[in-house]
Design a protein around this ligand. Structure first.
Ligand code: SAM
Length: 266
């Protein structure tokens, strides 16, 4: 395993609790609700065979199993795979790398790639991971690819009152460089511009790509308001805006996460 991948595995094994991430803060609650809404709109009727690549401990996989789908989860972090297998309902999960999926061609009706892309620094690796997702999906099947928006970090730092000279410098650096500075936070990661995500999906051969902004343009307002008296009202309003502007290209890049949705050409 290369050094960057080692760092990512060690981060999730020892320094970060992924299992509860989607419940912790307004941004991640918006992410969970909107991602599930979009998945339920685009997945074939249950029971479909769904491959969840980078599925972590299985937050989305479990919801989809409950919906009646057959889900197989692949993740590079062994403890995530153990948690996926051990939870309720248990998930068919194996350790594997998104760049070289241990799956036959066209074996799944739909494939999710919700995580690996933003942990790959090299464009060639990202395109390779999307190509792998396409390879294992049946012709005509949907493929969903998640990225982290290039400017999510600085926007989050403002929303949560953590903005200082260092974060101004980081905000400036991100205009020209999408690689995360791990000394500020998170782990080895790459943050996408909307146009980059679209280009990488196209280069990999994904057909009919539409890019969604997951949390919508008002997620920073929901973060800033979270301890105040209007927290719930602002959260609900941010969720409505996320639905209205989901596929609106002019605001997609403000979301913390982007979802590229396309299909394997028939
Ligand atoms: C932030 S978590 C997202 C988990 C879940 N899919 C979600 O959207 O909530 C990113 C996941 O991608 C996994 N991952 C990172 N690089 C990967 C790779 N090259 N192949 C497979 N999984 C990878 C990590 O182990 C982690 O579980």
């Amino acid at each position: 395993m290369d050094q960057v991948t080692n760092e990512i595995v060690s981060y999730y094994e020892h320094r970060y609790e992924e299992a509860t991430r989607l419940q912790r803060r307004p941004q991640s609650r918006l992410e969970r609700i909107r991602t599930l809404e979009l998945l339920r709109e685009l997945l074939p009727p249950a029971p479909a065979r769904v491959l969840d690549v980078g599925g972590g401990p299985g937050a989305y996989a479990r919801e989809l199993i409950t919906d009646g789908h057959h889900v197989r989860l692949i993740d590079i972090v062994p403890s995530h795979v153990e948690q996926a297998r051990a939870g309720v309902p248990p998930i068919d999960a194996v350790v594997g790398d998104a760049r070289e999926l241990p799956e036959p061609d066209a074996a799944h009706d739909a494939t999710l790639l919700l995580g690996p892309l933003y942990h790959l620094h090299e464009r060639a690796d990202r395109v390779r991971a999307i190509r792998e997702a396409i390879r294992v999906t049946r012709p005509g099947g949907p493929i969903v690819v998640a990225a982290i928006g290039r400017f999510a970090g600085p926007i989050d730092f403002v929303a949560t009152a953590r903005f200082d000279d260092r974060t101004v410098a980081e905000a400036r650096r991100l205009v020209t460089d999408g690689v995360n500075d791990t000394s500020i936070g998170f782990t080895q990661a790459y943050f996408h511009r909307v146009s980059e995500l679209r280009d990488e999906c196209r280069e990999a051969g994904l057909a009919g790509v539409v890019i969604h902004g997951v949390e919508g343009p008002a997620w920073p307002a929901a973060e800033a308001a979270q301890s105040g008296p209007d927290a719930e009202r602002i959260f609900d309003a941010a969720l409505e805006l996320a639905r209205v502007y989901s596929a609106e290209p002019d605001v997609a890049g403000v979301s913390a996460h982007l979802l590229a949705i396309g299909t394997r050409a028939a």
